[in-house]
Design a protein. Structure first.
Length: 278
């Protein structure tokens, strides 16, 4: 494990395995690098370099009181890419960004703010894009009242908030076969995030508008999303995003929840690998 400092002096933790074309994995909301345990060994065996980062307030990184807006989190990604000088072995754009949920917003905002000189393509799993909030010009979005109710529950009993969503997170009602042990372990990972960071980020995910970020994408994009996803509804997210970036490779999983990186790890890995080699 290594550490680096962001532009505001926050120290973030990262892990770096293997050689070859670098894959930078960006975790979902309230999760950290360990969420990718079913992806890293697979891609190392395929000859890729795997870099993982714990965002601020998460995992083994610092817990500052500020910087949980998507612009700062995108800048943190830029700081890591610069710190490791991530690029192709001969130089040039060859970095692949792989992100889940809120990490998808960070990736598209990184590209909007820092360009794609180093980035070859992006793979987004159940991303919280393009715009989650219901507004007059985004009628498909989630009503603000739903956010307020969720945040009230989160403030009142954070452990129960996570526990109540475990089965829906993995869509066990669809026969995904995810064990209770796996659900418990993943919810415990979520509990490791700083409570304040998780609370602020939850609101930020809901209100951040990524429509311009997504529409500006010109590099290859992979979108993977489960149809019964209860955390980031597919009708609000990927089905809207693909309208803005029609050249994307888009795949819907009929029986996957938000935790598709575990419940459908083999399929997710195969789809990402196919995309990388296309």
């Amino acid at each position: 494990m290594g550490f680096f400092q962001t532009t505001d002096g926050t120290t973030l933790a990262y892990e770096d395995y293997g050689t070859g074309t670098p894959l930078l994995f960006v975790a979902g909301w309230s999760l950290h690098s360990d969420m990718w345990e079913y992806q890293v060994p697979f891609f190392l065996e395929q000859g890729y370099r795997c870099v993982l980062v714990d965002r601020r307030g998460h995992g083994r990184s610092d817990r500052p009181s500020t910087g949980y807006d998507v612009d700062t989190r995108a800048d943190d990604l830029a700081a890591l890419i610069e710190h490791l000088d991530l690029q192709a072995q001969g130089g040039g754009a060859d970095v692949i960004l792989v992100a889940h949920s809120a990490g998808g917003g960070e990736v598209v905002r990184y590209l909007a703010r820092h360009g794609q000189d180093r980035i070859a393509r992006i793979a987004l799993l159940a991303p919280a894009i393009p715009f989650m909030c219901q507004t007059a010009d985004n009628p498909a979005g989630v009503p603000r009242a739903a956010l307020e109710a969720s945040q009230a529950q989160f403030r009142a009993d954070r452990p129960k908030w996570y526990a109540d969503r475990g089965q829906g997170y993995f869509a066990t009602h669809m026969g995904t076969g995810v064990s209770q042990a796996v659900m418990d372990a993943e919810m415990q990972r979520c509990m490791q995030a700083a409570p304040y960071a998780a609370l602020v980020m939850q609101r930020e995910i809901f209100t951040a508008d990524h429509r311009a970020d997504v529409a500006a994408l010109t590099l290859p994009v992979l979108l993977l999303h489960g149809i019964p996803d209860q955390s980031i509804p597919i009708d609000v997210a990927s089905r809207q995003a693909v309208k803005l970036v029609p050249h994307a490779v888009y795949k819907e999983y009929p029986d996957a929840g938000h935790g598709l990186y575990i419940s459908h790890a083999a399929q997710v890995n195969a789809d990402i690998l196919e995309f990388l080699k296309s």
